[in-house]
Design a protein. Structure first.
Length: 336
């Protein structure tokens, strides 16, 4: 069993890197996208781990790097080939911004993109990914994480009773290690939505963040969670553990500051994945000039399920991410 990319063979139990051409930039730089192929010791499907659509999500790209080394160190003990795309938006990574600095568009909102010369640069980038990378996979894990000052952990899911495909997506979500799952039907131009339209089975993983970038234990947990998800689709042998997910919410939202200034967290990492009562103070925005409290962000639901937090003292603008939360009363216990 071996994997082949444009005439180059990757034999079983080996790894290789490929560079996918995109275009020439105004600087004369020849932009390419790096894709690593790690071929397992058993035949099987092609699984893509897609990271770095948003440049400020450094944790996901670093996880991708460590993932390759761990898969090799552990003896290629999986089926098929795992493709790793660590940085899908190099210019966004370079600037450390969520959107592409060239045209200020969000890569994960413009899929399937467009051909060269037909639209904005970000659309062209999406078009190359949609044409050259996504079709190579059978399964797609679209990894996202927190930014430099945020940490996130939840997993999107769908109604498992609707179809056999939905049942697989739901089982993978339950195996993700996240305590809170969000039942959500994606309609925007995301990578996962594009993958679905190409007939792929896609999973959206939200985990990690800047506050955990030096936490080796969290990287180990993320690796263990990844292997557990691969057990559901039989890429890794063994019975998956589906016990971590305690609630599926059907209603979720983000909490964002109304005023800019210095964000001061009141709650720490210990609230991630937990249920809080309405009115719990999560964080405050204070003026670094007058020292007054400009905004106080509170849990809005009787059962507020925490999926993302801003866990560092940091500068914030009005409207930036502070928290992603779910309404516990909108959901159900997947273990029931």
């Amino acid at each position: 069993m071996s994997f082949e990319w444009d005439g180059t063979e990757v034999p079983a139990s080996s790894a290789a890197m490929f560079e996918i051409p995109v275009c020439t930039m105004a600087s004369g730089f020849q932009l390419t996208l790096a894709v690593h192929a790690v071929a397992g010791k058993r035949s099987g499907p092609v699984t893509l781990v897609a990271c770095g659509s948003h440049g400020e999500e450094l944790w996901s790209s670093e996880f991708c790097r460590l993932l390759k080394s761990r898969l090799i160190r552990d003896g290629y003990d999986f089926s098929g080939t795992i493709l790793l795309a660590p940085v899908l938006n190099p210019h966004s990574f370079e600037s450390g911004t969520r959107n592409t600095p060239i045209d200020f568009h969000n890569l994960n909102r413009v899929f399937p993109g467009s051909a060269l010369g037909k639209n904005w640069f970000t659309d062209v980038l999406a078009g190359v990914i949609a044409e050259k990378i996504l079709p190579r996979a059978d399964f797609i894990f679209d990894y996202h994480g927190g930014g430099s000052d945020t940490v996130i952990h939840y997993h999107y899911t769908v109604d498992p009773a609707a179809s056999a495909r939905n049942a697989v997506i739901h089982a993978v979500a339950r195996a993700s290690g996240a305590e809170v799952l969000w039942e959500h039907n994606e309609q925007r131009g995301t990578l996962s939505n594009c993958g679905d339209q190409l007939g792929k089975t896609c999973f959206v993983v939200e985990t990690g963040g800047g506050g955990l970038i030096l936490d080796q234990g969290y990287f180990e947990k993320a690796y263990s969670d990844f292997l557990n998800m691969l057990k559901v689709i039989e890429v890794v042998e063994g019975e998956p553990d589906l016990s971590a997910a305690r609630i599926v919410v059907r209603k979720g939202t983000s909490l964002r500051p109304s005023h800019g200034g210095t964000f001061v967290p009141v709650c720490g990492l210990d609230i991630m994945g937990k249920s809080l009562t309405k009115g719990t103070v999560l964080g405050r925005v204070v003026s670094p000039y007058t020292f007054e409290i400009l905004d106080e962000i509170k849990a809005p639901f009787d059962k507020t399920e925490v999926m993302m937090i801003r866990n560092r003292i940091s500068k914030v603008h009005p409207g930036e991410y502070a928290y992603i939360i779910g309404d516990g009363d909108s959901g159900y216990d997947p273990r029931a």
